[in-house]
Design a protein around this ligand. Structure first.
Ligand SMILES: Cc1cc2nc3c(=O)[nH]c(=O)nc-3n(C[C@H](O)[C@H](O)[C@H](O)COP(=O)(O)O)c2cc1C
Length: 295
C-alpha cells in the first residue's frame, strides 16, 4: 500500500482570515490568480512536512508514498511553465521547474532509506486546462524523468485523461509510452480504462463500460511495452468485482460509473454514505414509493 501525499497549492480556496494559498507564483492557470508565491523559507517548511508525512506513512505500515505532482496541484504548478514564473533556482526551464518537486523526492529518500517505495505521479493535463503541457517535447520529458530518477523515485505514475491518446503529433505513443521509452524505472498508465468518458467530464453524467474492445487497445499497448502497470480508478469504485469480471470475460456484467451529480438528480436513493447516519432522510426508491402507494 502506498499513501499519496498531496498539497493543493493554488487550487485551495481562499478562506477568509486564514493564511494565503501558496504556490510557485500565485497562479492557478494562465490568467487565474490565487494566493501568492511561496518564499524559499516556506518551501523548506513544505519539504519538512512532506518528509514528516512520509515517515508517518511508514510508521502506519505503508510500503511507500506517492508524491502527487499532477492535475494542477502544488508540485505540478512548479512543473508547468505557465504557473511557475519564478526567477530563483526553482523556476526557468524544465530542469529548474522540476527542481523543487525532485528535491522533495530526494528529501524523502534520504529520510526513509532505500527500501521505502516512492512513486511520482505527474500529468500533462490540469483540471484548469486539459491541453496543458509540462513537457512540450520528448527531450523536456526526458529531463523531467531523469530528475525524478536521480532524486530516488522507484516508479512513475503518468496520469492521462485517456490512456490511448497520443502525446504528440507524429506518433501513436501515449505520454506513458513516451515516459516508458525514456525511463529506467517502471511506469504506470491510467485514464479511462474500461470506460467511455474521462474522469472530469464524467463528473456530470454516466460513463459506460467499453467492454472487450476498450480493453483490447490497452492490451495491445501493454504488449508493445508502453507501460509496466495499469491503474484503474472508477471501474473499481463502481464495481468492486471489476477485475474478477474482466479476468473471467464477464463483460456484459460490468457496471457503468455514475457520477454523484447524476445520482443526486436521477437516483437520489443511491447515496449510501450520505444516508448512513440519517437513514430516515433517504428518499424512497421507485419500488418503495410504488409499494407505499405514492408512485
Ligand atoms: C472519486 C475520485 C477521487 C479521486 N481522487 C484522487 C486523488 O486523491 N489523487 C489522485 O491523484 N487522483 C485522484 N483521482 C483520479 C484517479 O486517480 C484517476 O487518475 C482517474 O479517475 C482516471 O482513472 P479512471 O479513468 O480509471 O477513473 C480520483 C478520481 C475519482 C473518481
Amino acid at each position: 500500500m502506498l499513501i499519496q501525499l498531496w498539497h493543493e497549492g493554488a487550487v485551495r480556496k481562499q478562506v477568509p482570515d486564514d493564511h494565503e494559498s501558496l504556490s510557485p507564483s500565485g497562479f492557478l492557470s494562465a490568467d487565474v490568480h490565487n494566493g501568492r508565491a511561496a518564499t524559499l523559507g516556506e518551501l523548506d517548511d513544505i519539504t519538512d512536512a512532506y518528509v514528516r508525512a512520509a515517515l508517518l506513512s511508514r510508521d502506519l505500515g505503508a510500503s511507500g508514498v506517492e508524491i502527487h505532482c499532477a492535475h494542477g496541484y502544488l508540485l505540478d504548478l512548479f512543473l508547468w511553465a505557465v504557473t511557475n514564473r519564478r526567477t530563483d533556482k526553482f523556476g526557468g526551464d524544465v530542469s529548474g521547474r522540476v527542481a523543487f518537486p525532485a528535491s522533495i523526492v530526494r528529501a524523502i529518500r534520504r529520510a526513509t532509506g532505500p527500501d521505502f517505495v516512492i512513486s511520482v505521479r505527474f500529468s500533462q493535463w490540469k483540471e484548469s486546462d486539459f491541453n496543458a503541457q509540462v513537457a512540450t517535447t520528448p527531450d523536456e520529458l526526458g529531463i523531467l524523468v531523469a530528475a525524478f530518477e536521480r532524486a530516488g523515485a522507484d516508479l512513475l505514475h503518468v496520469s492521462a485523461r485517456r490512456f490511448f491518446e497520443p502525446a504528440w503529433e507524429g506518433s501513436d505513443l501515449s505520454i506513458a509510452g513516451w515516459t516508458r521509452s525514456l525511463a529506467r524505472i517502471p511506469v504506470i498508465t491510467v485514464g479511462s480504462v474500461g470506460l467511455d468518458r474521462d474522469v472530469i467530464t464524467n463528473l456530470a453524467g454516466v460513463a459506460r463500460a467499453t467492454g472487450l474492445a476498450g480493453l483490447a487497445e490497452l492490451g495491445r499497448r501493454f504488449l508493445e511495452g508502453e507501460f509496466d502497470l495499469v491503474a484503474v480508478g472508477r471501474c473499481n469504485l463502481s464495481d468492486p468485482e471489476w477485475v474478477n469480471k474482466v479476468r473471467d470475460g464477464r463483460f456484459a456484467e460490468l457496471r457503468p460509473f455514475v457520477s454523484m451529480e447524476e445520482i443526486r438528480h436521477e437516483h437520489p436513493w443511491e447515496q449510501p454514505a450520505l444516508y448512513l447516519a440519517q437513514p430516515e432522510m433517504r428518499p424512497a426508491t421507485p419500488d418503495e414509493a410504488h409499494w407505499a402507494g405514492d408512485a
